[in-house]
Design a protein around this ligand. Sequence first.
Ligand code: NAD
Length: 264
Amino acid sequence: GSELMRGKRGLIMGLANDKSIAWGIAKACADAGADLAFSYQGEALKKRVDPLAAQVGSSIVLPCDVATDESIDALFDELKEHWDRLDFLVHAIGFSDKSELRGRYVDTSRGNFAMSMDISVYSFTAVMQRAEKMMTEGGSAVTLTYYGAEQVMPHYNVMGVAKAALEASVRYMAEDLGKDGIRVNAISAGPIKTLAASGIGDFRYILKWNELNSPLRRNVTIEDVGGSALYLLSDLGSAVTGEVHHVDAGYHVVGMKAVDAPDI
Ligand code: NAD
């Protein structure tokens, strides 16, 4: 690995297993020399996260359910017992009731709308309120979003609305925290087969569509996302903030794909 992240300390939130986007990012940061801490959602995930954390030389593995301020406060109180300073943070968390990630957006219930916005949008803001206080030498935070924030994608529904709000919150936080040298960005990742993605209807079809229609004619991996996150989280991205950076094999630039066999 390189020395790019030597001496930098980062908190990774949203690791569920070795398919998680958070894992691709954690590996890239650890390879570059970063010291990592992890938070996991519930006791059931601890047994998966512990060995992964150990693989990247981390023994700081703390519980946090972002649905409550108490749990987020407890996470940062515990983190402060290990570290007096935080340099970067990864927010790779999203949630919606699976039954509303199919069918029509217009049928979204009030309850699931509120919960999806709370877990997938507000949690990043709530976390940054605490992280800001530990980023005493500046810092960098990255969250994960999807193209369904910008354009209508099949079955993405309320998550598309939540991701649009998340992207707006990135811009507002970039302005608020910029004067303290804290950068806030989002990565808009192409579809990747993870636990969260398995809740989305027709996900295999979405993967195939992206593979066939993106300029690079392939899907993206968690390692692809890890490399781009490393750029944003390290000093390589030192003047980049408020950005939504697409790591999607170029899919978002295509209005209409050229016909590879032009005899329609
Ligand atoms: P994943 O299932 O591996 O990760 C989702 C994580 O969110 C899990 O670790 C889960 O524990 C956590 N989480 C959910 N509710 C939580 C809560 N209340 N408190 C704490 N943690 C909670 O799936 P992933 O695809 O790696 O998802 C990471 C992020 O990437 C999400 O924001 C997702 O929307 C986004 N994203 C995913 C894709 C994709 O195709 N997989 C594409 C673009 C963006």
